[in-house]
Design a protein around this ligand. Sequence first.
Ligand SMILES: *[C@@H]1O[C@H](CO)[C@@H](O)[C@H](O)[C@H]1NC(C)=O
Length: 244
Amino acid sequence: MAISNKLSLAIVLVVGLTIAQLSSATLSPDLEKQLKNPNIDANKPLSDLINPVNPTVNNVVNQPINNAVNQPTTNPVTPPVNKAVNQPTTNPVTTPVNNAVNNLANILHEDPSEFLIPQNAARAKVSVPPFVWNETLAEFARSYAQERANDCKLQHSHSPGKGENIARAPGVLSPAKAVEMWVSEEVNYDYASNTCKKVCGHYTQVVWKGSTSIGCARSNCQGRGTFVTCNYYPPGNYIGRKPY
Ligand SMILES: *[C@@H]1O[C@H](CO)[C@@H](O)[C@H](O)[C@H]1NC(C)=O
């Protein structure tokens, strides 16, 4: 089996652990080694998810994810607290004052509807109300996508209080295609038993009824592909709860 296939399998297994609600987060040394390998095959589209911080299950939920990927070397920048939360989607983003956030040279600008329409279609299919755009989350997503543009690693922000789906592919990865990758996991999700064959956590986050707003961004990794991230508030994927 090629390394890339093993890695994909490893990611599937890690996410599967959380979805299967196993209390053991132990990974084999071999699996851990592969998951820590930053040289993810750039020729294969990949996506991964982070589970929300939940005081009651935090250790269990986050343990496999923390094993799987390296923590960011610097903390993501917190958006200024005085920003209006509900900016109309037609208005441009207010320029953040922080320099780290201000440098968004690799961010691909697009209409929020490109992320909203396909995810809201998946929600409508299971009678879940649509997401609204959350500019605070979008600012965070842009800041993090800019940070990841340097290496294009399929790595989470590990920032508390929000859900996060990420994806990466060589060349151009459109918002619609990234969302399609996440929503395609619908076939893996069994509502009756609230379990998942292989990976379905990206899908369950998209259709999580308690999550009401999103902010997403894409960055151009300069020859390494495209990095896509969506953040969700309030976060979803709580263990033991159904998405809707
Ligand atoms: C937007 O997200 C932030 C968290 O980043 C949250 O505090 C705020 O309440 C959200 N706004 C809406 C309208 O959901």
